[in-house]
Design a protein around this ligand. Structure first.
Ligand SMILES: Cc1cc2nc3c(=O)[nH]c(=O)nc-3n(C[C@H](O)[C@H](O)[C@H](O)COP(=O)(O)OP(=O)(O)OC[C@H]3O[C@@H](n4cnc5c(N)ncnc54)[C@H](O)[C@@H]3O)c2cc1C
Length: 313
């Protein structure tokens, strides 16, 4: 919780900024796909670029820690919540513009735009290249930061430019040659808030793009757990292997701690059976890492981002 003395001037200052909504001690579970997470000291919904360029310097001046939350589909938020400010982009950041340039298409998408909505709009228009992202329940900003990928492709392959703001509120542009990506990561300077992502797609037959999307929907449905809240893959796949295969081979498929469970369908997923605690999920992750290390000598690396205040383990 923010201290009484700090809270009043900072919260007051934030509330005076047009296009900004501030909630104090806002529980975050509802903003994540896992439906887990304690409160943010300040949960700040920002609708406009102008608003964001005022919010960031103000938080910087107060020395307030800043975390970004997109759709929370790759985030495990601690039960104790997140100290400082959690920024959630809405409004103007949910817009997209399409511009055809010869045989290609430049898509300028706001960081808060839903990836699945973007994939489907591209398919309807006959723009190819993004089909792999069907079923990734994140935002364009989260997908860029995570270099989200599936079925042999990833965001890296379609990104042309990224626009963001620094921690101090200054606008920055990154052109493709300045960007490097890793497996589920990007090299953006720490503290960058992504506001827009420019993607380069190609013009194709709309029916071909749509049928590729439908094929991947079916593939996803047949392999991933549905029905219980989750965060997708908990661990990255180690080179030449699959985290799910290793966790299953370690005998942990279906293993439960509290209300969290290693999915009986796909062992790289942890599902919330209802009212699971973040601490239980973290303990399951630690168990999976320890068993896979002991039995196969392989170090699993988490894909899911742990946000907030955690007890030392
Ligand atoms: C059912 C399911 C299936 C999934 N399948 C896949 C898959 O096939 N492939 C895959 O790669 N992922 C998959 N995921 C994981 C997840 O959807 C992706 O990583 C997604 O891109 C995360 O986007 P998000 O908006 O939810 O990000 P969040 O979880 O909100 O955030 C992820 C990280 O990005 C940062 N961030 C978010 N927005 C911004 C911003 N605007 N500026 C700066 N930093 C920001 C956050 O601080 C955090 O560190 C899946 C998840 C689920 C639940």
């Amino acid at each position: 919780m923010p201290k009484e003395t700090d809270e009043i001037p900072l919260a007051h200052g934030l509330k005076l900024i047009p296009g900004v909504k501030v909630k104090i001690a806002e529980p975050l579970a509802r903003y994540t796909s896992m439906k887990i997470g304690g409160p943010a000291d300040y949960f700040i919904e920002v609708e406009t670029d102008e608003g964001l360029s005022c919010v960031l310097p103000l938080l910087h001046r107060y020395g307030t820690a800043v975390s970004l939350l997109g759709n929370g589909s790759n985030a495990l938020i601690s039960d104790r919540g997140v100290r400082g400010a959690v920024i959630h982009l809405v409004g103007e950041f949910r817009k997209v513009e399409w511009r055809e340039e010869g045989e290609t298409v430049c898509v300028r998408v706001g960081a808060a735009y839903a990836v699945t909505q973007l994939v489907r709009a591209a398919a309807r228009k006959g723009y190819g290249g993004l089909e792999f992202a069907e079923g990734i329940p994140g935002t364009a900003g989260g997908a860029l930061v995570m270099n989200a990928g599936a079925y042999g492709s990833e965001f890296e392959k379609v990104v042309d430019q990224v626009v963001g703001l620094t921690r101090e509120g200054k606008t920055i542009h990154f052109n493709r040659p300045e960007l490097t990506f890793t497996y589920r990561g990007s090299n953006l300077p720490a503290g960058t808030v992504v506001t827009r992502v420019c993607l380069r797609l190609r013009k194709e037959e709309a029916t071909r793009v749509s049928s590729k999307v439908s094929e991947l929907v079916a593939k996803r449905k047949s392999s991933q757990p549905s029905g219980y809240p989750n965060s997708g893959s908990m661990f990255r796949n180690p080179a030449g292997d699959f985290a799910g295969r290793l966790i299953e081979a370690a005998g942990l498929k279906g293993k439960r701690i509290g209300q969290s469970q290693i999915s009986a369908r796909h062992a790289n997923f942890i599902v919330n059976l209802g009212g699971a605690k973040a601490e239980d999920v973290r303990r399951l992750m630690e168990l999976a890492r320890a068993e896979v290390k002991e039995q196969f000598g392989i170090e699993l690396v988490p894909e899911v981002r742990l946000l907030g205040e955690w007890s030392a383990s």
